[in-house]
Design a protein around this ligand. Structure first.
Ligand code: SAH
Length: 374
């Protein structure tokens, strides 16, 4: 075995993980303008580049910028962030799961779902997830890293352009909704998620012009972050992944419950509803013989009765190696009926993309792609 000797530092420090390249979507509009001027360009190039990034069809040249400035501006403000490396279709093409590779080989997934009246992107906020919920495929792989704001926005921009180009059956359309229900815990990557959200809300040319009411942030229940979100002044929808009305069971299904128990999570949810005026969704993955008894439905109904809330039942989606399965249709009906008897509204989510492992809790891209040679 041969080795080249390198000067050894006295104290070994692990190599710092490289960061995703800076992109204009990582910055506020004012920061982009300032960085533009600092790099020797006209401030109005910020508008041109934003318009190009958010609104031009994929593959279009940056024609309104002089050729001599193009490459430099691209490299500095519009570096490629995510490369689509695989797409899988379900529901006759109206559900599309995309596997993305980031600059460092990290893999993430997002799912675009077209309905007759809307199109929703299920977006990832982290590569992997550190919350370790045992019924979720993403949770089993642990956290690889946070995504940058640009990497979050990039998933959405691609989806918005795919809709505009009519890539999903039904002709050209508009991306109307966004749910942070892909890989990761969005509130554990708070500042980047919020930077990304502000870009998606910003009207053209600076952003996608989405409506805050069309964006849902889903969380395991990180109480301080829920409180912080309530104070952002954005009427975003909040979804809380409860999955059990009692701490004993929730401790096992959503391990972070040992830090913020059911009562504290629900109190934070009601504060959020009060401050924002938005109805909070309570997510409940229904697992056969685990959390689907009428007794638990009653307990949940009592906790939610009279609140500005809505229960979203998600029939458990199978994940590799899991011993759990979805409730029987009878148990599901009994559970839903018991919740309704408390005057609480409840719907059962349709599970799009199950057969392509694209449904809730099934996103489990391997942490890294093999490095490719070009
Ligand atoms: N970390 C966020 C977003 C996760 S995914 C959160 O926990 O809310 C969105 C929803 O899918 C969450 O409610 C999550 O608990 C649920 N989910 C995870 N695995 C699932 C599975 N196998 N079947 C059904 N729902 C699942």
């Amino acid at each position: 075995m041969t080795s080249t000797s390198l000067p050894m530092p006295l104290v070994w420090t692990p190599p710092r993980a490289a960061k995703p390249p800076r992109h204009l979507a990582d910055l506020t509009v004012d920061q982009v303008r300032a960085a533009m001027v600092a790099a020797g360009h006209q401030a109005y190039r910020a508008e041109q580049l934003s318009r190009h990034y958010f609104h031009a069809p994929v593959g279009q040249e940056l024609t309104d910028v002089p050729i001599r400035e193009r490459d430099g501006l691209r490299a500095e403000f519009l570096p490629a962030l995510l490369t689509p490396i695989n797409e899988r279709l379900a529901d006759r093409g109206s559900t599309r799961k995309t596997l993305w590779r980031a600059f460092d080989g990290t893999l993430i997934e997002s799912v675009l779902m077209r309905y007759p009246d809307r199109a929703t992107l299920c977006v990832s906020s982290q590569a992997g997830c550190g919350m370790a919920c045992p019924f979720c495929a993403t949770g089993q792989g642990g956290l690889t890293r946070n995504l940058s704001a640009g990497e979050i926005v990039d998933q959405v921009v691609w989806a918005a352009k795919a809709m505009r180009a009519g890539e999903l059956p039904g002709g050209p359309g508009r991306l109307s909704n966004l749910v942070f229900m892909g890989m990761g815990e969005p509130l554990a990557n708070y500042s980047r998620v919020l930077t990304a959200v502000r870009r998606m809300l910003a009207p053209a040319p600076h952003g996608l012009g989405l409506s805050a009411r069309g964006i849902t942030v889903s969380t395991v229940g990180l109480v301080p972050a829920i409180d912080r979100l309530a104070d952002e002044g954005l009427p975003l929808n909040l979804a809380v992944s409860l999955h059990a009305p009692d701490d004993e069971l929730r401790d096992t299904l959503v391990p972070v419950n040992t830090r913020w128990p059911v009562r504290e999570v629900l109190d934070a949810a009601w504060r959020y509803a009060e401050v924002t005026g938005r109805r909070v969704s309570i997510e409940y993955a229904l697992i056969r013989d685990v959390n689907d008894s009428v007794q638990r439905a009653d307990q949940l109904g009592r906790l939610l009765s009279g609140r500005l809330t809505h229960v979203n039942v998600i029939p458990l989606n199978p994940t590799p190696g899991s011993k759990w399965e979805a409730s029987t249709p009878q148990a599901q009906d009994r559970f839903v009926g018991a919740i309704r008897s408390h005057g609480v509204t409840i719907t059962v989510r349709d599970t799009r993309g199950r057969e392509i492992d694209g449904a809730c809790g099934q996103l489990a891209a391997p942490a890294r792609a093999e490095p490719t040679r070009s």
